[in-house]
Design a protein around this ligand. Structure first.
Ligand code: SF4
Ligand code: FES
Length: 315
């Protein structure tokens, strides 16, 4: 665990667990009403069945610890059966997106002090050090709870509860591991690579000028931030329209396309805009903009999609 402060406190993690039913026990998973019409972008209508429950873990933490730190402690010292996914631990790989208190975010960047909730029905100030639930005096509005949290952090007290579940909008494989293959397939189908017609700049005498596709800083600035997308799926998990791509290509695939459409070297803009202009494509976006709130790379996803919609309409 990281140790930015010397203050220790306790926190309760409420983790949503899931164990899939073994394949041989699974019956036909298709709907008795027949299959959905397939989307050109793929999607995944196979919901995995299995056992679901919520498990509480109480552990000693520093408020600056990340939720990834906490889960690694649980895995190592308390419960080796807990399943979650991570790789870099530094907000680069995008593999550890989950829902924390219902909000999609990355385990490795979410800190305990930032996400812990003081529940109104819990008395965190019992003089004898016990944690009581049930009837508590009613000075428990949001401000009081926030003040309590700051005080609890300062005093190394019981901080409260954090709820962690798998990323919404995707089938769950096990515990906190969502199956993000539908999203990756949607990105793949829309050609997530630079397409160029191969023409090189020539001089007045017809000879090739440079054997590179040059760009100036202004042209780079148009897509540089978009190229930082790590395909974590946080925006997809926040989108009320997206559900494994069954009704919508999803914000991550749209951001990937915006990255190439805004790149002056890419010569497939019309083809890309045509591919997006379908009922399951950009037309399904309801401009809710929930996708913008938690992007770990600072992309204003909703605004970028809005710009794409304008480009699709204007073409
Ligand atoms: S746009 Fe942001 S939230 Fe969405 S997949 Fe890319 S990095 Fe994740
Ligand atoms: S572990 Fe790689 S982004 Fe969190």
């Amino acid at each position: 665990m990281s140790s930015h402060s010397s203050v220790h406190a306790t926190v309760t993690l409420r983790v949503h667990r899931f164990t899939p039913r073994p394949a041989r026990e699974r019956k036909h998973s298709s709907s008795p009403f027949g299959k959905r019409a397939s989307s050109p972008f793929g999607g995944n209508s196979n919901r995995v069945r299995g056992k679901q429950w919520v498990q509480e873990y109480r552990l000693l933490v520093h408020p600056e610890d990340t939720l990834l730190d906490c889960l690694l402690t649980i895995k190592r010292d308390i419960d080796p059966t807990l399943a979650f996914r991570y790789s870099c631990g530094h907000g680069i790989c995008g593999s550890d997106a989950v829902a924390v208190n219902g909000t999609p975010t990355l385990l490795c960047s979410a800190q305990v002090g930032q996400w812990v909730q003081r529940l109104p029905d819990v008395d965190y100030h019992d003089d004898e050090g016990f944690r009581k639930t049930g009837d508590v005096d009613a000075d428990d509005d949001a401000n009081a709870l926030e003040k309590d949290t700051e005080q609890a952090i300062a005093e190394g007290d019981d901080l409260g509860v954090i709820e962690i579940a798998a990323l919404p909008g995707f089938p769950v494989k096990r515990d906190l591991i969502a199956d993000i293959d539908p999203m990756l397939e949607q990105i793949r189908k829309l050609k997530p690579y630079l397409i160029h017609d191969g023409a090189l700049g020539t001089k007045a005498d017809g000879r090739i000028d440079v054997f590179e596709y040059l760009q100036n800083p202004e042209q780079l600035a148009k897509y540089e931030l978009l190229s930082n997308c790590i395909a974590c799926g946080v925006c997809e998990g926040a989108c009320p329209v997206y559900a494994g791509g069954e009704a919508f290509v999803g914000p991550a695939a749209l951001i990937n396309q915006a990255r190439f459409i805004n790149d002056s070297r890419d010569t497939a803009t019309q083809e890309r805009l045509d591919a997006l202009d379908t009922a399951d494509g950009i037309q399904a976006c309801q401009s809710v903009r929930a996708c913008s709130r938690e992007c770990p790379r600072g992309i204003d996803v909703g605004e970028e999609i809005w710009q794409l919609i304008a480009q699709v309409k204007e073409r």
